[in-house]
Ligand binder design. Sequence first.
Ligand code: ADP
Length: 301
Amino acid sequence: MSGYLLAAAGLLFFLAVLLAVWERRRTARTMGRLEKMLDAAMNGHFSEDSFDETRLSALESSLARCLTASRQSAKSIQAQRDQISTLISDISHQTRTPVSNLQLYAQLLQEQPLPPQALSCVQAIAVQSQKLQTLIESLVKTSRLETGILALHPQKAPIAPMVERAAAQYVPKAEEKGLTLRLESLEGQGVFDPKWTEEALCNLLDNAVKYTPAGGTVSVTVQNFELFSAIRVSDTGPGISEAQQANIFGRFYRGPGVYQAEGVGIGLYLTRQILEQEGGYVKVESTPGKGSIFSLFLPRE
Ligand code: ADP
């Protein structure tokens, strides 16, 4: 009797082992097929090739539906992006000529003998049309950056030449205003797009020179950290309160005390966009009444 029991137990054990091996193989086959499906989906070659009643086949058809839907939404995103791109270039092309004409006629009028009131009106037209041109150019740039139409090309390079190029553009303005523009230690390397980072730095220099009263100092220095190199622009201007610091990087934000100064409130917004696109960031530290430090953090690798 015990011999039969032993044989039955042995048989059961053998069957259990057989079942386990079969189950293991089935799981391995399912995993292999899933892996192939995902690889094909990632490479864009996925097609449904089993139409049986298994759960794997149901999964395959769900994946096929999901991929079709995501392909369609990618297509419609691309179509929207193309539309925006066309709209932006239409706006920039169509407004260029009338704005230039406005500036030209204002200039011609200013050369005429005009009564003082008419002259001040013409000067106002010239200033406003210049502002309109800056605004349109900035809007075109920001929307191209936002929509990814304009791609940046960051590359590893020394920072000093780019800082020197940017600062050189502000030497006459600083001198005219009676400001000291100082370049300190500029040693360091970073990964950045030279043209666009120069534009970001010019926005900071423009603000520093614009908002710092005569007799003040604007200095630029580079500080190297483990992961980032920071280009710091410090000024001895009016400073920015903590409440305002939260807003200054917003589109069209202008501080309450600056409406007399030229500007449209887009410089810092554009600066932040540029830095984000190249994997860096921009930071402000300021003490009202003492000055501000704006820093562009560029990745080092
Ligand atoms: P804009 O200079 O055309 O007003 P920005 O986007 O460059 O626009 O700056 C936004 C606001 O941040 C400014 O209106 C000003 O209030 C403040 N700001 C920027 N830079 C400075 C600075 N260096 N010193 C004091 N305030 C500043």
